[in-house]
Ligand binder design. Sequence first.
Ligand code: 5GP
Length: 190
Amino acid sequence: MDILKERILKEASVINPGVLKLDSLLNHGVDPQLTMEMGKEFARRFEGEKITKVITVEASGIPVAFATALLLGVPLVFARRKKTLLGEPDAYIERVPSFTKGIVTDLIVSRELLRPDDTVLFIDDIIANGDAARGLLKIIEKSGAALAGIGIVLEKSFQAGGQTLREQGYRLETLVKIKSLDNNEISFGD
Ligand code: 5GP
């Protein structure tokens, strides 16, 4: 998605060779028009799948997942992220490491909101090692819902998450791939 690449070049900064700061577009702010374009692109790519719900992880996945859900005409569910000490019998819970925070958090989805007769499209902001995605995929699997596919805005393809999911047979669509952040430079992949 060329418009997104242009905006990334203008607005992102390289924190270190593994981490990109993209606050204005994904992690701390939202451009509503650009976000709708991302949603349109995901809706187009997954057209024809019988999606009943879009699912994402709070917080940064919500805007683009909302845009996608709006265009597909289905509800949105977002996994909460919190540290739970108590069991939550009415929810599916998976513990995942957080790439940026260096801690583990629990992803929690209410059993009420994810049903065996759902077909879900999983949308998220960034994939790095794939831990967050794997956690949510486990929750979807436990619920008995079907997965139509995964759509992620930005894939850092020099980290293993995206490739591993594709090798496992998941349909993963990403809008922009970054193949390197070396030397403080953003290099896009195909
Ligand atoms: P993963 O679980 O795939 O290793 O990391 C995915 C999550 O970590 C994303 O949802 C995203 O919020 C965060 N993340 C991973 N890499 C980056 C990065 O380079 N920059 C920012 N801002 N967040 C990242």
